[in-house]
Design a protein around this ligand. Structure first.
Ligand code: AMP
Ligand code: GLY
Length: 422
């Protein structure tokens, strides 16, 4: 079949690389893609939220399936755009409907959903300018630190954690006054949960589901989890603390109620559910839902899937996912992200990348790269995700750290402590 994948990061390179391996894949297009996706498919210059351009491309190129990488097109309703247009309504879009995408697009909706199905999550209150006094009282009832979340999408920056109540009040006021534009007109105040986090990925056809490998990502720029938040500096899979006992709780208390809740509310959902979890003394709590795969988690989760990925996605599209086999590679996978010096603040682009041709056993997934005149240049903060396998976490990581030294570009930076806390 002919597949169109939307997105341009390391996640999309990993997905494209995997889909290329399926003998069900004929043409594979990535919009807009990067230098890495160009190695396994054909990049097309279309923005992921330009639905009419996507429609034209799908018709002209006889696309049989659209796979959505990032959240933006999903939250903006690409699933419904296809479903409601007679010309393309027969072409499956892998992703939730606009209503389902609210699990990521609205923190208030996600919290309400969790309350309705008794899914364990932090205590919260949803606040606007109209019930601000109640919000202040709720803050007073909590002990520090205080967690404030913009209701809507805020490019990964909408969660602010503060140690002082007065500071929290100040930031709450600023958020409600447009600190994140309309995304923070509603703010969710949450109790702070202390524990260790992991990412659980579920693939669902809206009836049945499969649990993909669990991963842990590293969000802060600095070693020892210090400094600013980034899109992700590395990831490992599996996660030792997410053992069978823990995953049984996750399945019973979180995954099943989530999928059943979607069915109960007649929310169409044919795609990935990414559950950001925190283990508090061995008990799982949901920190957030996302409606897509994670990045850089995909760079370790996808390579561990042994089954034909396109066949699984076909199961999602056709509603017979329960008939498909999901086979997982037992080995450890680790990915280390090479980033541009200065990221996540100001950084320079357009640095020539050298050494890519020397890499053998490690998978190099491109995140922010572009090909120009036969060479590859940096074009983003996160540049390359280096994924290796090993029989131990240590072996997998060591291979990626070794490769991190073999690839060079001006002001390259990476964290040398990925996976050390597990
Ligand atoms: P997000 O931008 O939604 O991924 O959230 C950013 C990070 O904030 C999460 O990965 C957690 O580390 C942290 N966080 C969010 N909510 C809570 C909470 N209720 N308690 C503790 N940490 C939290
Ligand atoms: N790695 C976290 C995310 O993709 O949101």
């Amino acid at each position: 079949m002919n597949i169109l994948l939307l997105g341009s990061g390391g996640r999309e390179h990993a997905l494209a690389w995997k889909m290329r391996q399926s003998n069900k894949t004929n043409k594979l297009y990535i919009a807009p893609g990067n230098a890495g996706t160009g190695l396994v498919g054909e990049n097309v210059s279309i923005r992921v939220t330009d639905f009419s351009a996507i429609k034209r491309f799908v018709i002209e190129n006889k696309i049989d399936m659209v796979v959505v990488g990032p959240e933006d097109p999903l939250v903006n309703g690409i699933y419904d755009f296809f479903a409601n247009d007679a010309v393309i309504s027969n072409i499956p879009v892998i992703g939730p409907s606009k209503e389902g995408a609210k699990l990521e697009g609205s923190k208030k909706f996600a919290k309400g959903f969790m309350m309705r199905y008794n899914i364990p999550t932090a205590k919260y209150m949803s606040v606007t300018k109209d019930n601000l006094e109640e919000g202040f009282q709720f803050l007073e009832s909590l002990s520090p630190p205080y967690v404030l979340k913009a209701d809507g999408l805020a490019a990964g920056k909408g969660v602010i954690i503060l140690n002082e109540r007065l500071e929290a009040i100040d930031v709450l006021n600023r958020m409600l006054s447009g600190m994140f534009g309309s995304a923070s007109k509603t703010v969710v105040i949450e109790e702070f949960l202390s524990g260790i986090e992991c990412s659980v990925f579920v693939l669902t056809d809206g009836k049945s589901y499969k649990v993909l490998p669990v991963a842990k990502d590293y969000k802060r720029i600095g070693e020892g989890d210090t400094g600013l938040n980034t899109g992700g500096m590395g990831a490992v899979s599996p996660v030792p603390f997410a053992n069978d006992v823990f995953m049984k709780k996750v399945t019973e208390q979180i995954i099943e109620p989530t999928v059943n809740g979607l069915i109960e509310e007649k929310i169409e959902y044919k795609g990935f559910i990414f559950i950001g979890l925190i283990s508090v003394k061995g008990e799982p709590f949901v920190i957030e839902y996302n409606v897509r795969m994670g990045d850089p988690e995909s760079e370790v989760v996808v390579p561990r899937i042994k089954s034909d990925f396109v066949d699984l996605l076909e199961g999602v599209a056709n509603g017979n996912l329960n008939e498909k086999e999901l086979e997982i590679d037992e080995r450890y996978a680790a990915t280390v992200m090479l980033v541009s010096g200065g990221y996540p603040e100001l950084y320079e682009k357009n640095k020539k990348i050298e050494g890519l041709d020397k890499i053998k056993d490690t998978l190099v997934f491109h995140a922010g790269t572009i090909k120009k005149e036969g060479s590859v240049y940096t074009t983003g903060g996160r540049v390359l995700s280096l994924t290796s396998f090993g029989d131990s976490k240590h072996e997998a990581l060591q291979k990626s750290f070794d490769v991190a030294e073999k690839i060079s570009f001006d002001k390259k930076y990476y964290r040398k402590d990925i996976g050390f806390d597990l």
